[in-house]
Every structure is written in C-alpha cells, then in structure tokens.
Design a protein around this ligand. Structure first.
Ligand code: GZL
Length: 319
C-alpha cells in the first residue's frame, strides 16, 4: 500500500471514527517504558490514534527513568514540536522542564499519571481518579469478606508515582472503620510481573507460608499475575485461599479470573491519547482551553462479569 493510499485510508478511517484530524502536526511522546501490559497497550493505542489523525508521533521510551523523560522533553522542545505528551514516571521534579516547554509555547498533556507541578504548566491531564480506583478495590474486599477477619498484603506501584500514592490512599479510605480488615505487609513491586512475584514470595514466607494471608491488593494486574504464580508455587489456590484484587483490567487478569485464580479488577482504559489529541486539536484550531483534568472511568469487573468474554474482547488490543 503506497503512502498516499495509506494516508487516504487513515483519513477515511478518521472521518469514520470521528477522530479530529490534526494533519501534519508533530507531537513528542515521552513514555515511561513498557513495565506492564497496560503500558504496552497505551503505547499501541497512542500510535494508532496519531496515525488516524495524521499526527507525526516522535516516541521516546524512558526505561522507567525520569532523567530520560526530562532529556526527551528537552529534545522535543529543541525540535520545535507542536505538543508534548508526558506519562510522568513519578509525581515530583518536573517544574523546570515544564517551564522550559511553557517558554517555548509548546503545550504539554499529561497521560495516566499526575505531577505535583502547578497546573498552569500543562494544558490538561488525561487519566482516571486514582484514589477512587483504590476505593473501588477496597470496597469490593469489604463486601466480599463481609465482616470476617482479613489480613491483607499490598503490592504497591512504582515508589513516588501518583498511582502508587493515590491507590494506596483510596484502598485505606475504603477499609477505614472495618477493623476486621488489616494491611499487614505493603511493599513496591514497581508495577511489574517479575517484582510482583518476587515480593509475593517474601510475603508468603513471612506469613506462615501464606496461611495467614486472606487477600492480596495489587496496584496493577501485572503484579497480581506475578503474585498468582508465587501463590501457586507455594501450594495455595489464588482466588480461593488468597483473594486477589487489582487494577487495570488487562486480558491476563481476565484469563486468571476465568480460571478462578483472581477475583476482581478495576478497569483503566489504555486509550488516554484519544481524549488528549481531541483536546490538542481544539487548542490548535482556535486556542480552546480544555478542562485541567479529563477523567476516564473506573469500572469494577468480577468473576460474575463473563471474564472469558472480557479476555476475548481485549486480547488483540495491543497489550
Ligand atoms: C495508572 C498507570 C499505571 C498502570 C500500570 O494510571 O500509570 O502504570 O496501572 C502502569 O499498569 O505501570
């Protein structure tokens, strides 16, 4: 397929999907890395959304390092891009580079995580209510154990990231006042399967081989999937001996749910770029200023919600 045909196809597709065209704009995307299936899907969908809208995407993978993100943003500024997308690995340390982008009159849109900087330093932030996600997960456990004693272990996301901070806060909000539920161990697994498995192994050892653990709360599904492996290797039944609740709604957690090895997940859409590019198209067209926070929804899924069907619907979306 020639480039011209491809462009025409993309344009036709954009019209059919209603994607706002932004023909010829150049956007730099500073992506955290590929630490989870969810992150991989976000990258896939961002590339697709850019192509549908005729946007040229300059992509940078920071390998989880903030200094790489800051360097990428400075490179985008030097290139004179029309906008910058930033998924900030941690919440602090962005003021100076965001001020440089502001001085260069390049709008910055945050994706899926927040920064502590003043909100005049970015055009808008697209993401979920991370505290609410933690509350949804916590409330599910409160309802599930129905007053029974429950010792919980927690796998936190990347230290200093807004999802790790806020999802912890939300879960604690939900279990507050329910003295039967207690978080007895909490440690970062850095949002990855490998570290989720490793830290869960240490939790199992420390908690009487897992006999004293009632539930795992993982800040993302990838750490939960790693932990499920550790629980099985310890001779216990995940989803039964140890309840599993996590966040993201990636295909593999639905596969585990269908096998009875996970119990609940809170959905996080990986399509943060669609709303981001819509806001940028309006801003580029006539200076329209978007809301500072464009919130995506957080839906709870359990074993009662056709997990096999959810797996089938999501397995080809780029996770
Ligand atoms: C949350 C997002 C998190 C995902 C993880 O908005 O930043 O980062 O929940 C990913 O899977 O690592």
């Amino acid at each position: 397929m020639t480039r011209k045909t491809l462009m025409m196809t993309a344009a036709a597709l954009a019209v059919s999907t209603g994607a706002a065209m932004a023909e010829g704009e150049v956007v730099g995307f500073s992506q955290i890395g590929s630490e989870s299936g969810w992150r991989a899907a976000e990258t896939t969908l961002t590339r697709q959304q850019a192509e549908e809208r005729g946007i040229q995407l300059q992509f940078s993978d920071a390998q989880q390092r903030q200094e790489n993100q800051i360097a990428a943003i400075r490179s985008f500024i030097a290139q004179g891009v029309d906008a910058i997308l930033l998924a900030p690995v941690v919440a602090t340390g962005w003021d100076s580079v965001l001020q440089e982008a502001q001085e260069a009159e390049i709008p910055v849109v945050l994706l899926d995580r927040q920064v502590d900087s003043a909100d005049d330093l970015y055009l808008t932030a697209v993401g979920s209510d991370l505290v609410h996600e933690g509350e949804v997960a916590g409330q599910w456990l409160v309802d599930e154990v129905a007053g029974e004693e429950c010792r919980v272990v927690e796998l936190q996301g990347t230290t200093g990231s807004s999802p790790a901070i806020d999802r912890k806060t939300g879960f604690e909000n939900a279990i507050e006042g329910h003295d039967n539920i207690e978080i007895v161990r909490s440690q970062t697994g850095d949002f990855t399967r490998a570290q989720g498995k490793e830290v869960m192994e240490s939790f199992l050892q420390a908690e009487n081989g897992g006999q004293d653990i009632c539930a795992l709360y993982a800040h993302n599904d990838d750490m939960a999937v790693g932990a499920i492996q550790a629980i099985k290797e310890a001779g216990l039944k995940p989803g039964e001996d140890i309840l599993i609740v996590s966040i993201d709604a990636v295909p593999d957690i639905f596969q585990a749910m269908a096998a009875g090895e996970a119990n609940a997940t809170v959905e996080l859409t990986p399509n943060m770029a669609g709303p981001a590019f819509d806001a940028l198209a309006a801003y580029w067209a006539d200076g329209t200023m978007p809301e500072k926070f464009i919130q995506t929804e957080s839906k709870l899924y359990t074993q009662a919600d056709d997990p096999q069907g959810e797996y089938d619907r999501r397995k080809d979306l780029g996770y």
